[in-house]
Ligand binder design. Structure first.
Ligand code: ATP
Length: 218
């Protein structure tokens, strides 16, 4: 299954603070990687969270194939996978357990979860670290474990929030290639990044400045 995410003129504020996204529209379509760029604090994570159903816009809407997404449960049911900026891993589980638990929670049979976990960890170059506790992994290895978890889930939509920030050049390229491979598989991929070169290699780009979006390429 493939899905299109439509963000239509959303305004998002945290509590009573001034909005951090204002009248922002974006579209993520199957088979393409959309880069979300902009300086620190511009609202990239907030936009991905709205697309993931983790934060509800005060105005405007987020839909996946026309279904309004206002709750995380709805987004999960629609196959929206988020690889968060802070990785979201359980430190006291191994890399492999972190991926398997997510797959089983998502309905995979244990044998299938084990196979997909091994495959995803191998894709990010962590086959040798599968049984290591996350708290014993380096920052970059943790980041790659979170990416492996996101890939193993095989979502219709993959939201990747600055997932290359702690990686060396070789691993950064490997992860970028994997994001593009996810798009070729049919996923709609959204990639928040500070890296202009990585953004330039994406199929489309929106640039946020102080909560306002400009379409750089569509
Ligand atoms: N939970 C929160 N409560 C209040 N304000 C928040 C919260 N999360 C983010 N913000 C504010 O919203 C604005 C946008 O933050 P966001 O994390 O979306 O930016 P970003 O572009 O992803 O930044 P970075 O590149 O540094 O990760 C910032 O001014 C930030 O301080």
């Amino acid at each position: 299954m493939t899905s299109t995410v439509q963000v239509d003129r959303i305004t998002v504020a945290y509590g009573k603070d001034r909005p951090v996204l204002r009248d922002v529209s974006a579209m993520a379509v199957p088979g393409r990687v959309l880069a979300v760029t902009g300086p620190s604090g511009a609202g990239k994570t907030t936009l991905l969270w709205a697309m993931a159903g983790l934060i509800k816009p005060q105005e405007g809407s987020v839909t996946v194939d026309g279904h309004p997404i206002s709750e995380r449960d709805q987004a999960v049911a629609d196959g929206v996978v988020l690889v968060p900026q802070e990785n979201g891993l359980a430190a006291i589980l191994t890399a492999s357990e972190n991926v398997q638990v997510a797959l089983i929670a998502n309905g995979a049979a244990p044998a299938d979860a084990r196979r997909r976990t091994a495959e995803a960890l191998d894709q990010v170059g962590l086959a040798g670290q599968a049984d290591q506790l996350v708290e014993e992994l380096s920052g970059g290895q943790q980041q790659r474990t979170a990416i492996a978890r996101g890939l193993a889930l095989r979502g219709n939509v993959l939201l990747a929030d600055e997932v290359t920030s702690e990686l060396d050049a070789a691993n950064r390229q490997k992860v970028l290639d994997l994001l593009h491979a996810e798009a070729r598989r049919g996923a709609a991929v959204v990639f928040a990044t500070h890296d202009p070169q990585a953004a330039a290699a994406c199929d489309a780009e929106i640039h946020l400045v102080d909560g306002c979006a400009t379409i750089v390429r569509s």
